[in-house]
Design a binder for this molecule. Structure first.
Ligand code: HEC
Length: 456
């Protein structure tokens, strides 16, 4: 059979009827998308790099990657073909059309018609920004002493109490979407990625700024998420519609909970670490089991996308573009529920009026939520120029921080809720004392050109 196919190829070539495959335009994008994360400058699994022509021609530990004109004798083809293709490792196999393309290219002599071109410009981090980048995520250490702010592709660590030199931590992400200190404050997890390329998670030691691990996952970027209460893993929403449960130990593979039909914007753990609340652009808020990795219940379907979620021991909370902040009593929402089907095909909502726990009306779309480490306080950022703080048990408003630089894209509270950090679209970071409602400091985490700021 193989021989037959190959002969047909020979014929087609001889007749000059097979379209010439371009390495640069067709083959390289396939390698870049599916292979280079493990076979590139960061990692060269099996001794193989595919991001440079010389390395591609050299091959890996086993030898040449291909034999020009002989696809059936080429590792490149055998590794991606068959019942259960070896490569890409632990990922869905290449489509038949892509395998065919690689085959045709080798069969036609594996000609290199140009250097690999990167589809997107590589991430560059300016030493001084022309305009202040939006602060996409913030975090504060449990003791309230150290803050972290995400600006485009980098994270900046700062001291809450004094003007100590800021530390800038670069990443290779197009956008850092989430930063969070571990529950013991000893680690800083930085998540994000590049759209339609990869989701990334980097763990830093905040004391030294040292990178402890740096991993790429899947084919699309991560959004927001949370550390598990035991600090051993982190849950992140993904643009693929899945929740990634990623153990901090880089030797352990991530687990996926595939529930949503659109971007998962945020994920929160219950304080016992057993359940997850997730909110998605698909407008649903869902509860799932960490142990079984399956849906427990779709608790709500909003009129608009959900941007943020949170949880205390009794209630799951979600908010989004519908300008509503809603609580869901876990116990009642999960009583007597037997889930049939998964994802959006799960149980219809029946006792919703019994488990809904409404908060007061919100002044604008809810953009971000944060609970204190002890889960007693909930901070809510909306499009309006105030951040409200609620008691989670009574859902009563405790205070509102006024005249914040709206829109605030991210908020964080420390362990006892005494300090709040917020990050604004305008590029500012602020630290507030929640008891007195006083602004403690405002900072611009990254250097910005004076003239550009003045011109704005
Ligand atoms: C998630 C990581 C990952 C991805 C993605 C991946 N590989 Fe690999 N690849 C590996 C690992 C690990 C090895 C070495 C272990 C082994 O040989 O089984 C390897 C080995 C290989 C080898 C053998 C190298 C040698 O000389 O021994 C080939 C060929 C290969 N990969 C091709 C590909 C191709 C083609 C793609 C894209 C379609 C790809 N790989 C994507 C992880 C990956």
């Amino acid at each position: 059979m193989r021989r037959f196919v190959f002969t047909l190829f020979g014929l087609a070539l001889a007749n000059g009827s097979a379209a010439e495959v371009s390495f640069q335009k067709e083959v390289w994008p396939v390698l870049k998308r599916h292979c280079v994360a493990c076979h590139g400058d960061k990692k060269a699994k099996g001794g193989l790099r595919m991001d440079q022509v010389a390395a591609l021609l050299k091959g890996g530990e086993t030898g040449a990657l291909f034999k020009a004109g002989h696809p059936d004798d080429s590792l490149l083809i055998s590794q991606v073909s068959g019942e259960k293709p070896e490569m890409p490792e632990n990922e869905p196999p290449l489509s038949a059309a892509k395998v065919r393309l690689l085959r045709d290219w080798v069969a036609q002599g594996a000609k290199i018609d140009g250097e690999p071109k990167t589809l997107l410009p590589p991430v560059s981090i300016p030493s001084v920004y022309a305009t202040a980048p939006a602060v996409s995520s913030v975090s504060i250490s449990p003791d309230g002493k150290l803050g972290a702010a995400a600006c485009r592709s980098e994270v900046v660590l700062f001291s809450v109490e004094d003007e100590t030199q800021l530390r800038r931590l670069p990443t290779d992400f197009d956008l850092v979407t989430h930063v969070t200190f571990s529950p013991d404050g000893k680690l800083l997890a930085v998540a994000g990625g590049s759209p339609q390329q990869f989701g990334g998670l980097i763990v830093f030691d905040p004391a030294s700024g040292k990178k402890l691990s740096d991993r790429h996952f899947g084919t699309d970027t991560f959004f927001k998420g949370a550390f598990a209460p035991d600090g051993q893993s982190i849950a992140l929403g993904s643009a693929t519609g899945a929740i990634y449960l990623i153990p901090l130990d880089p030797a352990t593979a991530p687990k996926l909970i595939d529930l949503h039909s659109d971007w998962v914007m945020d994920v929160a753990f219950t304080p016992d670490g057993k359940q997850l609340v997730s909110g998605s652009r698909d407008k649903t808020t869902k509860l799932s089991s960490v142990e079984d990795l399956h849906l427990l219940r779709s608790v709500d379907q909003s009129a608009e996308g959900i941007n943020a979620v949170a949880a205390d021991g009794l209630t799951a909370i979600s908010g989004g573009n519908a300008r509503a902040l809603v609580g869901y009593d876990f116990k009642l929402a999960l009583t007597g529920i037997s889930v049939t089907g998964s994802g959006n095909g799960a149980q219809p909502i029946t006792n919703k009026d019994k488990y809904l726990r409404a908060f007061e009306a919100q002044a604008g779309a809810v953009l971000a939520l944060a609970t204190s480490g002890d889960r007693k306080l909930l901070a809510v950022a909306t499009r309006a120029a105030e951040v409200r703080i609620y008691q989670t048990d009574t859902r009563a408003r405790k205070t509102a921080l006024a005249k914040v630089p709206a829109p605030v894209l991210s908020v964080a509270l420390n362990q006892d809720g005494s300090r709040l950090v917020l990050g604004s679209k305008s590029g500012q970071v602020q630290v507030w004392d929640t008891a007195s409602g006083k602004l403690l400091k405002t900072l611009n985490p990254v250097p910005v050109q004076e003239t550009a700021t003045a011109a704005k």
